[in-house]
Design a protein around this ligand. Sequence first.
Ligand code: DX5
Ligand code: ZN
Length: 217
Amino acid sequence: MSSPIIAPSVLAADFANLQQDVEMLNESQADWIHVDIMDGVFVPNISFGIPVCDAINQHAKKPLDVHLMIQKPEQYLKAFRDVGAANITVHYEATDHLHRALQEIKALDCRAGVAINPHTNVQLLEDTIADIDLVCIMSVNPGFGGQKFIENTYKKVRQLKEIIAENDANTLIEIDGGVNIRNAPLLMEAGADILVAGSFVFKSVDPQMTIEELKNI
Ligand code: DX5
Ligand code: ZN
């Protein structure tokens, strides 16, 4: 079992001291910085948008993993690439033209991601898996940090792993929501590659140490 790609979510950072938190991530063993964009329509919460992503990018020394929890994400792909997104993940449930959106993300030279809500079956990705660089399996209902991990996620990871193998794809599996040191090893065993963690990192006494613990499970 190789070590996970760790992507701490700045949704749980101190927004009044964002630069400080981004610099802490630069110094840590984090691989990517997960940036949660919420529009108040696709999810019942509003986080922040393009200018804040730009501000994070001014200080970040690690790739930005941008998770768009917004309706019709295809309208904003270029805007997020222009403020530093290395990965752009759209929701399966938020676009009528997933395949087109994936092609557009790749044309922008970003990694193309698809996130699926807890109710969305992984089988629905069979026809696009070869075009997806990463699948983000939501292990909570999107919209808020600090929620309880949904146990059914393990099954989804195993099913998705099979679909990826059957299609000879190189797709990475990312888990987002309620990740902690207890479920992280189980997720890796099931086949996950990337762990997103918000509260577990930022609400801990020593976030850098917590990132190191997750990295070294
Ligand atoms: C939830 C977001 C997550 C969130 C994770 O809608 O997509 O990335 O920040 O936060 P925790 O780790 O606290 O569940
Ligand atoms: Zn997220």
